[in-house]
Design a protein around this ligand. Structure first.
Ligand code: GDP
Ligand code: GDP
Length: 436
């Protein structure tokens, strides 16, 4: 089971400092990016060989003064829902405040274990101040710590890990496909998400651990597990007042980076446009698996040949990135929606597929012998053998003399032959040449 520890508390008490201390690494995106400064919500941690995931709930709350009560409730709800243990951080520099009491009142109603963490207790005086937090009537003990210098955190963690039922999971999401849903505005991304997660057709399990930056949700649909990266759209948890456009671009870049496979939506009634191609190119360059979902198929007047024609036209436009499956779907009519997810799973499998060296050489060497690389400057190029590297996306290295003489056309020829014989639908194949 994944052990999840949530950090709650009012602003400025040191939640994110504690979060960083626990996950022992620093936030990549810092204060100079409005709206995203607190976007890092999750991280993995380990203490005395017990693994757990830490949530910094502070990042969810962008409440203004008048919505504070609501914002607190929201933050605490997230914490209670998603965690096994709650760290309630208070500040020994300011002492007990009204807002701390508000938090305490809500937390008292939860059944999850709460640890009161009195932060910024570097000096003896502040450690003394810590005892005033007993007044809140929460927890058996007040843990005086300094998130900044780490003092007291060891004792706190010793007690926290005692609450866990087991040792946790080192990488809770390992092996589960991570899917991003991309596409330009209005192609139907949110509708698709809603259709997937609508109560009538899916069970939404809760976060089973997570990753670096995006908010991830773990789904099980018809017995298949997957994680949607960036589900902020559905969850509507954070209220973002900053530049929405900038924020959504940033989010989709992040979702792309964090995913294994991208489902890229196109609008069937509009055909493929430059912006679609650039989204596809981004995913291709990032070596993500890709499924093209041609949405709004209901809007197209069609006969039995329309789909084939359109598919051919699209694949021609995106050549040489034309290795991806194309599915015609309608979110509106709930047509082939699940097939898209199934295809994404398949692509994920293709992406992780490994061809044994013997099988690869058995197939490829005769092909190379039949069609060797063209001579260059009177020199014969001899490819001796090849192998697949243990990389996250399929990469093949061909050992030869004069690797610098091999042209792109021949590289593409080999890629196509690998595809022809070993599948890899939906994933880019990288080929390179090394001197033996
Ligand atoms: P959050 O809003 O609760 O996430 O609080 P932050 O982690 O952003 O910290 C708020 C301020 O308190 C920052 O200026 C931190 O440098 C400071 N701070 C955090 N932890 C400590 C600590 O242990 N000791 C001291 N003296 N300052 C701290
Ligand atoms: P997003 O901007 O990509 O998230 O797109 P939305 O999900 O907000 O959808 C944009 C518009 O397209 C909305 O009016 C949807 O109702 C509509 N839409 C989404 N999917 C379909 C579909 O399969 N068929 C039709 N006809 N309309 C759709």
């Amino acid at each position: 089971m994944a052990n999840i520890v949530a950090i709650v508390g009012r602003p400025n008490v040191g939640k994110s400092t504690l979060f960083n201390r626990l996950i022992e690494s620093r936030v990549a995106i810092t204060d100079n990016m409005p709206g995203v400064t607190r976007d890092r919500h999750y991280g993995h941690a380990v203490w005395t060989e017990k693994y757990f995931t830490v949530i910094d709930t502070g990042g969810y709350v962008v409440g203004s003064e008048d919505t504070f009560e609501e914002a607190i409730r929201e933050q605490v709800e997230i914490a209670i829902d998603e965690s096994n243990v709650i760290l309630f951080v208070v500040d020994t520099m300011t002492g007990l405040t009204g807002l701390d009491k508000d938090f305490a009142n809500i937390l008292r109603r939860s059944k999850k274990p709460v640890f009161v963490v009195a932060n910024k207790a570097e000096s003896f005086e502040r450690q003394q101040t810590a005892s005033e937090f007993y007044e809140m009537g929460l927890g058996d003990q007040i843990y005086a710590i300094s998130a900044a210098d780490g003092s007291g955190t060891g004792d706190l963690l010793d007690d926290v890990v005692k609450v866990f039922e087991d040792d946790g999971i080192e990488n809770p999401n390992e092996g589960i496909p991570r899917i991003a849903i991309l596409g330009r505005p209005n192609v139907g991304k949110s509708s698709f998400l809603n259709a997937l997660t609508g109560k009538d057709r899916s069970i939404v399990t809760d976060i089973a651990g997570t990753t670096r930056d995006a908010i991830d949700t773990h789904y099980r649909l018809y017995g298949k597990d997957f994680i949607l990266t960036d589900t902020a759209g559905i969850r509507k948890k954070a209220k973002v007042h900053e530049n929405i456009e900038f924020y959504s671009v940033l989010r989709s870049i992040k979702a792309l980076e964090e995913s294994d496979v991208c489902i890229i939506l196109l609008d069937a009634s509009k055909g493929i446009e430059a912006q679609d191609i650039s989204i596809i190119a981004n995913a291709h360059n990032a070596k993500k698996g890709i499924v093209l979902m041609i949405n709004k198929w209901d809007l197209v007047e069609k006969d039995s040949k329309t789909a084939d024609h359109m598919k051919k036209e699209i694949l021609e436009r995106i050549a040489p990135m034309n290795y991806m499956p194309v599915i015609f779907a309608s979110v509106l009519e709930k047509q082939r929606i699940f097939q898209v997810i199934e295809k994404a799973m398949e692509v994920h499998e293709n992406k992780t597929h490994k061809v044994t060296t013997s099988k690869l050489n058995e197939v490829m060497l005769p092909i190379i012998e039949n069609t060797p690389p063209p001579m260059l400057k009177g020199k014969q190029i001899k490819i001796k053998y090849c192998l697949q590297l243990p990389t996250p996306s399929p990469t093949f290295v061909f050992f030869c003399n004069l690797p610098q003489y091999i042209k792109e056309a021949y590289e593409r020829f080999l890629q196509n032959k690998i595809r022809e014989h070993f599948g890899f639908e939906g994933v880019a194949i990288t080929v390179f040449f090394r001197n033996k």
